[in-house]
Design a protein around this ligand. Structure first.
Ligand code: MN
Length: 713
C-alpha cells in the first residue's frame, strides 16, 4: 500500500511538472485533497479510486490544458461521491477550481442522471447550455475516456448502455470541439463493446496486413521525403492506418467488404508555414495523379470545429488511392486536440504579413486568430455558434427548456402550461420586465406573469413561433370566438381561388388535406379554413398545394391531359404546378443556354444543370419537373470560374478589368499560390448566359500568363 502511495505521488508530481510554481502547487494541492476525499474508495477494477483521478488528470495534461483544469480533473468526482463540498474545494483549491468541479457535478447530476429519458441530441445540446465553461465539457470527456478504457470491469449490460451513450453523445461532442484523437479513441472503445464481432474482424485484418501496409507507407514517405528535401522544406511525414470505427462506417456506408476498401492508408505531411502547405500540395500533385473531386482546402475554409488542413487523394504507382493531409504543426495540434490546443496558441503567430497579405486565405487566417485572442470571448462565440437553431432558457426553478430560435415569452409560457400561456401578459426576464413579444436569449431566466382578465387574440398567432403555442391559441379562438365566421370566410376565399384554376370543391378528396394539416401544424381542416379567414394562412398557397396534389394524383390516371406551359420569370415550367417559386441550384449555377432540369422540393423548384454532378450522385427521389429557359428574360446569373496563371505583378488587376470590360459582374474573388508561383483564382461572376460566358472566358484566356480558365460546378 505504501509503495502504491509513493507511486501515485510521483505520478502527481509528473503531472505538475512543467507548470509554473503557482500552477504546480495548485495541482499538487488538488491531488492531496482528492487522496483524502476518495480514501478507502475503490474502482470496479479493485484499484483505489485515486487511480481514476490521476488518469483523468493525465489525459487533461496530454491535452495541454491549464493548471486549473487539471486540478479540477483531480477533484471531478469529489462533490458527487464524497462528503466534501464545493466550499471545501473553494477553501483548499481556490474559487476557479471549485467553479469547474461544480460545473462537472452539475452537468453530471442534471443531465446524465436522466440517461435514457432524453434523446441523445437534446442531451448534447443541454450539455452545452448548462456547461458555463467549455473546460467543464473537456473534463467530462477526459473522465469518459478513462471510464471507457476501463469499461471491461463493468457488467455487460452496463457496458452496452455506456458505450451507446459514448458513441452517440461523447464522440460527437469531441468531434464538435475538434478533438479528433479523443473522438477516434472513444469510437473504437465503444465499437469494441457494441459490435465485438466486426471489431475483431477489422482489427484482425488490419493486424494481418500490418507489414505490407508499413512497407507501403515507408515507400511513400521515402519518395515524398526525397522530393521535399530538394526544396529544403521542413517536413514531418506520418503514415497511419485509419481508426477501426471509421473503416467500419465506410464498409457500412459504401456497402463494401474490408478487402475492397483501399484507402486504409493516410499520410500526413506536417510543415512550418501555410505557404509551404500549398507548395507541398503542388509537388504531390506533380508526382502522383490526384483523384478528381477529392481535393479539399480546409485552410482557406476552416471547418466550424476549427479544423484546418489540405486534403487530397492521389494514386500511387500501383494505382491504389492514398489520402494525404497537409497542414502546419499548429493546425495539426488543433486537429488532434481541437479546442484544447487553443490554450497553447493564444499569442499571435508569426506570419509574414507583408508578402502574404495579398491572399485572401492568409487574411482569413489572421482574422480568425485575431478574433480568438481572448479565450473567454472565443468560448462565448463557440457556445453561440454550436447551436444556432435552438435557444435554451431556464424556468424560475432552474430547469432548462429548449425552444426554437426566435421563440418568444408567449411560446415559453405555453411550453410550461397552456393555462399559463392563455393568461400570459409578459414576463420578468433576468429580473427585468418584458412583453409577450420578447425574443428569448440563451441563458435567460424567465418568470411568466399572469393577468386574470387576459386571453388570446388573433394577433398572438403572429407572436407565437412554436406549433404548440399556435395550436393552443387557435384552440382558444375556436372555442371562444366567433370562429364559425372565420371558417366560412376562409372556405369561400379558398374555393373561389380553386375555381379559377378549374377545381370544384367536390373534386377535392379528403386525403388532400392531410399534407396541409401536417405542413401548417394544425389539428384539422377547419383550422386551415379559419386560418385563411383571419389571415394567418395564404389562400393562394393552400390552393396551390391542393392543385399540386390533384395533379400528382392525375398522373396515375390514364388519359390525363398534359399540362400547359407556365412561364415563371426566368424559366418556363412545363408542368402545371401553379404559382410555385423556383431557385437556381448553388451546386451547378446554371446560366441561360445550359440544359436544365428542375427538382421539385418543399421550398419550390430547384433548377440544376442537366449534367450537374449533384443530380448524378445523390439519389433523388423528389419529382423531376421539366423546365426550360424563358428567352425573353434579361437577367444576370451567377456562375463559378477557376483561373490558373503564372503569377506576376498586376495579374489580378488584369483579370478583374477584363471581366469588367466584358460587362460581367464579380461577386467574389479568392486567390492563392498553388506552387512555384502559380496562382489559382476562384471567382463567382454574374453573366447573362452561356454566350456571354464563353466570350468572357476567351477574353480571360487571352490575358498574358493565364494558363487555364474553367467553369466549375
Ligand atoms: Mn469520474
Amino acid at each position: 500500500m505504501e509503495t502504491n502511495k509513493a507511486g501515485y505521488e510521483s505520478q502527481a508530481k509528473d503531472i505538475a511538472s512543467g507548470f509554473d510554481e503557482k500552477g504546480a502547487s495548485l495541482i499538487l494541492t488538488a491531488y492531496d485533497l482528492a487522496c483524502k476525499a476518495h480514501e478507502n474508495q475503490k474502482r470496479m477494477s479493485g484499484e483505489p479510486y485515486i487511480t481514476h483521478s490521476l488518469e483523468v488528470a493525465k489525459i487533461l495534461k496530454e491535452m495541454k490544458m491549464d493548471a486549473v483544469t487539471i486540478a479540477a480533473g483531480f477533484l471531478h468526482d469529489v462533490i458527487e461521491d464524497t462528503p466534501y463540498t464545493v466550499d471545501d474545494i473553494k477553501k483548499i483549491a481556490g474559487e476557479n477550481t471549485a467553479f469547474l468541479v461544480e460545473g462537472v457535478s452539475h452537468v453530471t447530476a442534471k443531465v446524465f442522471k436522466t440517461r435514457g429519458q432524453i434523446f441523445s441530441e437534446s442531451l448534447k445540446k443541454m450539455f452545452f447550455a448548462m456547461a458555463k465553461d467549455i473546460r467543464v465539457i473537456i473534463i467530462k470527456l477526459a473522465d469518459r475516456l478513462h471510464n471507457m478504457r476501463t469499461i471491461r470491469f463493468l457488467d455487460e449490460e452496463k457496458q452496452k448502455v455506456i458505450s451507446n451513450e459514448t458513441l452517440n453523445v461523447y464522440a460527437p461532442l469531441a468531434h464538435r470541439l475538434g478533438m479528433e484523437k479523443v473522438k477516434s479513441e472513444l469510437e473504437d472503445l465503444s465499437f469494441a463493446v457494441l459490435n465485438q464481432q466486426s471489431y475483431r474482424e477489422i482489427a484482425g485484418k488490419i493486424a494481418e496486413k500490418k507489414e505490407e501496409r508499413e512497407k507501403r507507407i515507408e515507400a511513400l514517405k521515402e519518395i515524398l521525403g526525397n522530393e521535399l528535401k530538394k526544396l529544403n522544406i521542413p517536413v514531418e511525414i506520418i503514415g497511419r492506418s485509419k481508426h477501426f470505427y471509421s473503416i467500419y462506417q465506410k464498409m457500412v456506408r459504401e456497402n463494401k467488404r474490408f478487402e475492397n476498401i483501399y484507402d486504409l492508408i493516410a499520410l500526413r505531411v506536417i510543415t512550418d508555414t501555410v505557404n509551404n502547405c500549398y507548395t507541398i500540395l503542388g509537388i504531390i500533385h506533380n508526382y502522383w495523379k490526384p483523384l478528381p473531386g477529392r481535393f479539399k482546402d480546409y485552410i482557406a475554409m476552416p471547418k466550424s470545429n476549427m479544423y484546418q488542413s489540405l486534403h487530397t487523394t492521389v494514386l500511387d504507382e500501383a494505382g491504389r488511392p492514398v489520402e494525404i493531409q497537409i497542414r502546419t504543426a499548429e493546425m495539426d495540434d488543433i486537429a488532434e486536440d481541437g479546442i484544447a490546443a487553443h490554450w497553447n496558441y493564444k499569442e499571435e503567430r508569426a506570419f509574414d504579413k507583408k508578402t502574404d497579405s495579398a491572399f485572401a486565405w492568409v487574411r482569413q487566417l489572421l482574422e480568425w486568430h485575431g478574433s480568438m485572442r481572448e479565450s473567454e470571448e472565443f468560448i462565448k462565440e463557440l457556445k453561440v455558434d454550436l447551436f444556432d437553431e435552438e435557444v435554451f432558457v431556464f424556468t424560475p426553478k432552474g430547469e432548462v427548456k429548449e425552444l426554437v430560435k426566435g421563440a418568444t415569452v408567449l411560446d415559453f409560457a405555453y411550453s410550461v402550461h397552456s393555462d399559463l400561456g392563455d393568461k400570459c401578459i409578459g414576463a420578468k426576464v433576468n429580473g427585468k420586465w418584458v412583453t409577450l413579444k420578447y425574443e428569448l436569449q440563451n441563458g435567460d431566466r424567465i418568470d411568466v406573469l399572469k393577468g386574470a382578465a387576459q386571453h388570446p387574440t388573433v394577433d398572438w398567432l403572429k407572436i407565437a413561433r412554436t406549433a404548440k403555442a399556435k395550436n393552443r391559441v387557435r384552440h382558444w379562438l375556436r372555442t371562444n370566438q366567433n370562429i364559425r365566421e372565420n371558417i366560412d370566410k376562409g372556405t369561400n376565399l379558398l374555393y373561389e381561388r380553386l375555381a379559377k384554376q378549374g377545381h370544384k370543391p367536390e373534386d377535392i378528396p379528403e386525403d388532400a388535406w392531410g399534407g396541409l394539416i401536417e405542413q401548417y401544424s394544425v389539428k384539422e381542416k377547419d383550422d386551415i379554413f379559419a386560418g385563411i379567414g383571419y389571415g394567418e394562412f395564404s389562400d393562394a398557397k393552400v390552393a396551390n398545394h391542393i392543385a399540386r396534389f390533384l395533379k400528382e394524383r392525375k398522373e396515375f390516371v390514364p388519359g390525363y391531359e398534359r399540362a400547359k406551359h407556365v412561364t415563371r420569370g426566368e424559366i418556363i415550367v412545363q408542368d402545371e404546378l401553379g404559382d410555385i417559386s423556383y431557385k437556381f441550384a448553388k451546386c451547378c449555377n446554371p446560366v441561360p443556354g445550359d440544359e436544365i432540369t428542375g427538382i421539385y422540393t418543399k421550398k419550390g423548384i430547384s433548377v440544376h444543370r442537366k449534367n450537374c454532378g449533384m443530380l448524378a450522385i445523390s439519389n433523388i427521389t423528389a419529382p423531376i419537373v421539366n423546365v426550360s429557359w424563358n428567352e425573353k428574360a434579361d437577367n444576370f446569373y451567377m456562375c463559378r470560374l477557376k483561373v490558373t496563371a503564372r503569377n506576376r505583378e498586376h495579374l489580378v488587376n488584369d483579370i478583374l478589368t477584363t471581366i469588367a470590360k466584358n460587362n460581367a459582374l464579380i461577386s467574389s474573388f479568392n486567390s492563392g499560390i498553388l506552387y512555384e508561383n502559380h496562382l489559382q483564382a476562384d471567382l463567382f461572376i454574374n453573366v447573362k448566359g452561356q454566350k456571354h460566358l464563353s466570350e468572357l472566358i476567351s477574353s480571360v484566356r487571352k490575358i498574358k500568363d493565364v494558363l487555364t480558365v474553367e467553369r466549375v460546378d
